[in-house]
Design a binder for this molecule. Structure first.
Ligand code: C5P
Length: 227
């Protein structure tokens, strides 16, 4: 056992976990892990290596050998993502990459291959991490586990806005349909499905601004001894 604190923020797509976990990492001056980016990078790399999205073993082998680098200037910053020295920061953010990530995330061998990579992000002074199984599987001893949710309509609106801000143009209806499909797959897969840890604090953020949710999370962190 070490004493490095971890805060996990899990939830479905568009729940705000990405923005909030990063803001929290920056606020606390802790390290930050966007675990979904690893699944996205693997999906992108599999496409480049012409590996079939149904070949579990080949995907797991690739996951073990991926040459990924997350470059940041300061703790909590949005990292630039390098895959074999190629800058893929933008390329991994498309909806199609997210959907491919979700289809390869169902495989046990893939999840196992990415497990230690994720745990290696835990370094002093602490780690804030976001994903689907952070509180349940990867960091079960986290000092604070939060599960964010919101209505489908609201999550689709947020996701659509985020994509437009990144100059990725897709219609709202397509974004909503893909989000529903991805949630369904993430929640019903047999390995590490998306669901709140039994000791997670569940927050429904429908109708709340990011600022309101952030303040609620900060209030929760103040209850953690030493934070
Ligand atoms: O969070 P993000 O949308 O980037 O994640 C992409 C996909 O990666 C998710 O839909 C999910 O299937 C998978 N994922 C996962 N476990 C995580 C993070 C992401 O299965 N901890």
């Amino acid at each position: 056992m070490d004493n490095i604190p971890v805060i996990t923020i899990d939830g479905p797509s568009g729940s705000g976990k990405g923005t909030l976990s990063q803001q929290l990492a920056k606020h606390l001056h802790w390290h930050f892990l966007d675990s979904g980016s690893l699944y996205r990078i693997l999906a992108l790399a599999a496409g480049q290596h012409l590996i079939s999205f149904s070949d579990e073993q080949a995907l797991a082998n690739l996951a073990k050998t991926l040459a990924v680098e997350f470059l940041t200037q300061e703790l909590g910053d949005t990292p630039r993502v390098l895959l074999d020295t190629q800058d893929v920061t933008h390329a991994i953010r498309t909806e199609s990459c997210g959907n491919r990530a979700s289809s390869i995330a169902v495989f046990q061998k893939v999840r196992q291959a990415l497990l230690e990579r994720q745990r290696a992000f835990k370094k002093p002074p602490g780690l804030v991490t976001d994903g689907r199984d952070m509180g349940t599987i990867i960091f079960p001893d986290a000092v604070l586990k939060i599960y964010l949710d919101a209505s489908v309509e609201e999550r689709a609106k947020r996701r659509h806005k985020q994509l437009l801000e990144k100059d990725i143009h897709t219609s709202f209806d397509v974004v909503k349909a893909q989000l529903i499909k991805r949630d369904q797959r993430d929640k019903t897969r047999s390995i590490a499905p998306l669901n709140p840890a039994s000791d997670a604090i569940i927050m429904d953020t429908t109708g709340m601004t990011i600022e309101t949710v952030f303040n609620k999370i900060i209030a929760l962190t103040k209850k953690i001894p030493g934070v």
